[in-house]
Design a protein around this ligand. Structure first.
Ligand code: 5AD
Ligand code: SF4
Length: 440
């Protein structure tokens, strides 16, 4: 039996795409190899959001080339970097056999050929996009699943390459989504994460044919028996409407967590980023969310060193972090992406200034996240068990409804919902002891 290996870069959408790539390769009769070395077909599902993933891919592909020269492996490169570099990919890497964009996973099988005998230089980028919904994904965990609700993005954030590579937003039809959710629940899935580049604008492109929106989708998923936790990522603050806040509050299985990318705390910079909200409007939304949903965890994404960002602008970002008191934040140094508006803006911020700013930001984010986690000590959290702890095999690991990782003592089985008494906290995790199983 031929074997494949998939290396994934980037976001949860890519991780989910990789599950479908694996599912498809298995349908073709290939088995999964434990390492690149042992595989006959090497797939790279790439990301291009910042320069770093580009560089990581370059290192991986150099190694893949050496493996190919040794024993003739088939190399397929998919995902966002492949799409962004579609004009030059085969010039840069002539030893790549198949290239495919994020919307063409459904065709990968045809290009690879049955059994993974790739016709050299097949090419399938920039073609008609589809959801690849018929592909049964190869999921890592029986009790958790991602569900793609849309593809593409209609925003025009001036730093971001995603709309260029993933195209205009297309919402998946609700009947198709609900059929998948019901099937997953039947397979034992308890936690769903709805995925889209901007989940809160889901349904807009289906009108006037279908009058629906993300709030209705949340409620419909909540009504599916067996689904006990619903998460979603990412919403854009500009599209987070009161009906979605109400649906979150009233749907028992929707978790008390919103990932709300702020990007900057300076209205001036937000404007240059084309985020279409001001600092004040963002903070109002945070208030509305916290008023509507009790015990809500908030996390965010922040970029430092956007072109023209002054010390004053950066100080405003620090103020917002302090004022919101995020439970966690992904922090990024601005990385110019060719083809985006911001890449050619004047006043690019020098590297050393960006470095210095991100260090200050990370310190603040960690201090506040630690304080927020400390507030949970002494309480009991419902935890969905995921496996053993990454740092100590004697401990179990899982996540709370608010999406914080908990390491705990006591015996529990992955997939189980348990109550954990919290007795310690770091900026990233909680510690505790098992109290009881909530449900079998
Ligand atoms: N440079 C740095 N960070 C970026 N992001 C998106 N584009 C860039 C860029 N060019 C960040 C944003 C986004 C997250 C997924 O990545 O914060 O929310
Ligand atoms: Fe995900 Fe964006 Fe990276 Fe594509 S470029 S994998 S959408 S983070």
């Amino acid at each position: 039996m031929k074997r494949y290996h998939v290396t994934t870069f980037g976001c949860q959408m890519n991780a989910h795409d990789s599950e479908r790539i694996k599912g498809m390769l298995e349908e073709l009769g290939l088995g999964e190899a434990a390492s690149q070395d042992e595989a006959d077909v090497l797939v790279f599902n790439t990301c291009t959001i910042r320069e770093k993933p580009d560089q990581r891919f370059a290192a991986h592909i150099a190694q893949a080339r050496a493996l190919k020269e040794r024993d003739g492996k088939v190399i397929a490169v998919g995902g966002c970097y492949a799409e962004a570099q579609r004009e030059r990919l085969f010039d840069l890497y002539p030893f790549v056999d198949v290239a495919f964009g994020p919307g063409s996973i459904a065709h990968l099988g045809e290009w690879l050929g049955a059994g993974g005998e790739a016709p050299r230089s097949s090419f399938g980028i920039g073609q008609e996009r589809s959801f690849a919904a018929d592909l049964a994904p190869h999921r890592e965990r029986r009790f958790q699943a991602w569900v793609q609700v849309s593809m593409g993005c209609n925003s025009v954030c001036s730093y971001c390459i995603v709309p260029k590579v993933r195209g205009r937003e297309v919402s998946r039809r609700p009947a198709e989504i609900m059929a998948e959710v019901t099937r997953l629940a039947g397979q034992g899935v308890r936690e769903l994460t709805l995925l889209g580049q901007n989940v809160n604008s889901w349904g807009r492109d289906l009108r006037p044919d279908l009058e629906t929106g993300f709030a209705e989708l949340l409620r419909a998923c909540d009504a599916v028996p067996g689904i006990e936790r619903i998460r979603f990522t990412s919403p854009h603050p500009k599209d987070f409407r009161p009906d979605v806040i109400a649906a979150m509050a009233e749907s028992e299985s929707v978790c008390e967590h919103a990932h709300l990318p702020v990007q900057s705390g300076s209205t001036r910079i937000l404007k240059a980023m084309k985020r279409t909200y001001s600092r004040e409007r963002y903070l109002r939304l945070v208030d509305e969310l916290r008023t509507g949903i009790s015990d809500l965890a908030l996390t965010t994404d922040i970029i430092v060193g956007f072109p023209g960002e002054t010390e004053r602008d950066f100080a405003e970002t620090l103020e917002v972090v302090e004022e919101v008191g995020y439970d966690g934040a992904f922090t990024f140094v601005y990385s110019p992406r060719s083809g985006t508006e911001a890449a050619t803006m004047p006043n690019q911020v020098p590297e050393e200034v960006k470095r210095e700013r991100i260090e200050r930001l990370v310190d603040l984010v960690q201090r506040i996240a630690h304080e927020r986690n400390q507030e949970r000590v002494g309480g009991v959290e419902q935890v969905l068990v995921e496996g053993s702890s990454r740092t100590d095999a004697l401990l179990q690991r899982g996540r709370t409804r608010r999406n914080t990782t908990v390491n705990f003592t006591g015996s529990a089985v992955p997939g189980e919902l348990v109550d954990v008494q919290i007795d310690g906290a770091t900026s990233l995790t909680l510690r505790g002891a098992l109290r009881a199983a909530v449900a079998a």
